[in-house]
Each structure stands twice: as C-alpha cells, then as structure tokens.
Design a protein around this ligand. Sequence first.
Ligand code: ADP
Ligand code: GN1
Ligand code: MG
Length: 358
Amino acid sequence: MINKDKLLEIAALFAIEGEISEVKALGEGFINDTFVVRTQGTAPDYILQRKNHIVFPDVPAMMENIRAVTEHIKSKVEDPMRETLTVVPAKDGKLYAEVDGNFWAVCRFIENTASYDRADTPELAYQGGVGIGRFQSLLADFEKPLHETIKGFHNIRHRFEQWDATIAANPAGRVAELSEEIGWIESRREEMLAFWSLVEQGVIPTHVTHNDTKISNILFDAPTGKVLCAIDLDTVMSSTSLNDFGDAIRSYTNTGAEDDPNLENVSMSLEMFRAYAEGYLSEQRTLCPAELQWLAFSARYITYEQVLRFLMDYIDGDKYYKIAYADHNLVRTRAQYKLLQSMEAQYDQMCEIVRSLA
Ligand code: ADP
Ligand code: GN1
Ligand code: MG
C-alpha cells in the first residue's frame, strides 16, 4: 500500500492545475495501480497511475506511444479533450515520473462518463464495437512506428516459447496436478499456430491496435450512453486488428464473469456477439477479405491465449496477474476455457453473422 502523503507528493511532480483535494484508488485492473486525483473548484481532475514496470519494461517508450496515438486522434475528432486520453507531463517535461524505482504517469480525468465491468445489454455491446471500430479507423493512417511495449503480446508462437519454458521449469510445483488443463492447451496448439502463421506471412495484415479491449477499457458518455473513447492505452502497438475484435468478444459476450467460479454461468451469447460485430463493422469498413474470413476465429484465438496466460501464470506461481485468492488464476483458467468451448460450439453461427454483416 502507498500512503496518502506519498501519493500527494507524486501527484505534485506533474503539471496539474489547481489545488489537490483528494487522491483515491480506482479500478480493478490486473496490472497497474490506478488513482483518481480530485482538485478544488473548477480545475480538472486527473488519473494517476503507477505503471507496472515488470510487465512494461520500458515505460518511457510506452508513454511515447500513448502520446503519439492520442495526439493523432485529437487532430481528427470534434471534441479532442473527451474523445481520447490527454497525457499530462511531469513538471520536468517527461511523460512520466520515476520515484523510488517506480514509474508514474498522469492523464486528465474525463468527466461525466460511465464504465462497466460487464455488458448487460446488446446496445452496450454495439456501442463498444463502435468504439473499437472507430479507434482503429482513426489510427488507420497513423504511420509512425510504435514501440513494442510487451514483446510478442498476442503472438502465440512467442507465448508457446514462454509456456514450454514454464512447464519445464515448473516453478511452483503445480504441473503434475494440471494434466487435464495442460491438455486443453496442447490439443489446440497447431490450430492456433496455423492462424498466427497467416499474420506472419502477411496474409492477415498488421495495423495500429489497442490490444486490451475488454469492456472496462472503454468509456461511455454518461448523458447519452454513446461510446466516448478507448482508454488504458498501455498496450497500443502494431498487431492484427482481429485481436481487438477477439478480445472484446471474449469480454462482452460472456454470460458469466471472467473468473466465474460457477461454470454454469459461463457461455458466449450469440446475441451479444451479433451486437458487438454490428457496431464494430459499422465503423471499421476497411477489413480485407482475409480479415473478414478470420474475424470470428479471432475470438477463439484470444480466448485460447487468455486460457494459456492465466494457466501459465498459475504454473509460474502467480507472478503476472494480481490475484484475490490462492487459486484465482486456476479459476480464471477454467472459466475462460468454458467460454472457449462455448465459442467453438457456436462457431458456424458466428461466421454466418459476420458474413451477413460484412
Ligand atoms: P487499469 O490498468 O487499472 O485497468 P485503466 O486505465 O483501465 O487502469 O483505468 C481503470 C478505470 O478507471 C477505468 O476502467 C475507468 O473506469 C477509470 N478511468 C481510467 N482513466 C480514466 C479517465 N481518463 N477518465 C475517467 N475515468 C477513467
Ligand atoms: C490485463 O490491465 P488490464 O486489467 O486492463 C491484461 C490483459 C488481459 C486482462 C484480462 C497488459 O488487462 O491482456 O486480457 O488483464 N493486460 C496486460 O482481464 O497483460
Ligand atoms: Mg483497464
């Protein structure tokens, strides 16, 4: 825990307007620590974040990425202070502050917004799809190369290298009890590598993508309910647009929670799939035939990758994701696997929906 005085001291390193009245913890992200900084009177409020520099080894490069893409979006939208994040630099001009070996960053708090942990209505899923479709469209002509903030983030070939090394090392001594779960991963290895080969060969192109499109990383305009912008831009880099779609489907269509201990709650809602796909394709009009052909599969790909990542972290002794209880990563693994099975069972209908919308 970081105490209040320390947080105030860190916030004061940034070019913040007004007098700070309070700093309090916000959000339940698995990676960073997020705080809201309230100021007195009419001065804006801010988001202060301790960036996880184990997960993101080069925070300055990450902040350069975020600054570059948000400036690009600002140059194209009607309301640049609401339709994307605004990075607030430190008083020394850097986009971050390093304090006791930790990296901190600040952006403007966007007022009158709503954010959600789950999608309860097709309208919300539709709006979420619009949000990511628009995000990708706004960045389609972004040409500056971006830093790769996490190596091979959605590259399953790279993930298998980590996976094989983790299984071999067996750091927490858990491998023996996980033969069933490990089998889930191994039985789909070739099919997932076959998909990623298409990206490696350039059959499926790469673009600027968000890479972490779960519903809590989108802000909605509170008065209208319409989508406002994509936030949590730490993972913005070059990848396939399909990963953004797939990760969002993993999040929006789940009838249960990502870590639901009751597997009966978990399945993929085809209605939510249709709504998200409709919103996404209404804004993202430039997918090539190969991207459209593999769009539905991307949901299976990213959900599979998530099963692998949760299980790998469990095998590794819970070093990557924040956990709330001892076998949390195993519970997450099982719930995401149930979701994957539900997608596999409904795959023909998912493809049919994409065909009907494209
Ligand atoms: P984490 O890495 O912890 O997931 P996020 O950047 O996603 O951090 O922020 C956590 C939550 O804080 C979001 O889901 C959203 O509700 C809120 N939030 C983040 N940034 C802003 C912002 N600029 N304006 C308003 N709310 C925000
Ligand atoms: C993490 O940071 P957060 O909570 O938005 C993770 C995502 C996972 C997600 C699972 C940088 O997202 O890749 O899909 O948890 N982010 C990183 O909920 O690893
Ligand atoms: Mg987040």
